[in-house]
Design a protein around this ligand. Sequence first.
Ligand code: IPE
Ligand code: IPE
Ligand code: MG
Length: 226
Amino acid sequence: MANKVNHIAIVMDGNGRWAQNRGRQRIAGHERGAEIVRDITTFCSDHKEIKQLTLYAFSTENWKRPALEVEFLMKLLGKYLKKELPFYLNNNVKFKAIGDISKFSRKLQKIITATEEQTKKCTGLTQSLALNYGARNELVRAVNRIDKPCCEVTENDIASALDCKKDVDLFIRTGGDHRLSNYLLWQSAYAELFFTDTLWPDFTSVELESIISDFRTIERRFGGIK
Ligand code: IPE
Ligand code: IPE
Ligand code: MG
């Protein structure tokens, strides 16, 4: 039987190179990248099988970038969330942030939590944005949250203390590099990994559809035999 695609995670990489290839500043790539988020979210929300789309927008390591780029990304995120609210509501999309947003400005934190609050009754696709997210940071925060003096901590205890609680079925990275960059390490234990050279601003729902078709044909054994 063909694999079901419930949870897709994407490392949206290649914005800077997309802009530089056009002789433009890196930030132009981030702007274009934000538009692609809308296209891909629309596709996933219209797809009857996909329940969750988790997008890597800013990593715990991305603070190392020049201050101006980081500042631009923070502004873009605030602008994006404000602009997208009607889109979320009209498409019944629930927005969720994963990652440690306490490191963001008060103003940005408010926009993030307000968007979560305002879309919490949506029952269609869940779009999670990974914001100041690192899988190791998530795991450390999860472990510190578990209060179980009575007995041993189980896999379930950890999984349910993580920001992102669902296992990933399909893990995609755009931009040509073959690495995980600290993304959803626990949840991707049995994900199918797809890497494409397409830079994120050039990524389309047609390419996503073709990746999903390939994903369907893979024999997922989860350590068993078929
Ligand atoms: C991904 O694109 C977006 C973020 C990390 C915020 P990059 O900005 O990493 O683009 P490249 O990889 O340098 O081209
Ligand atoms: C991963 O891309 C993070 C996001 C897409 C948000 P990076 O461009 O930061 O990853 P590395 O540095 O190439 O591993
Ligand atoms: Mg990159």
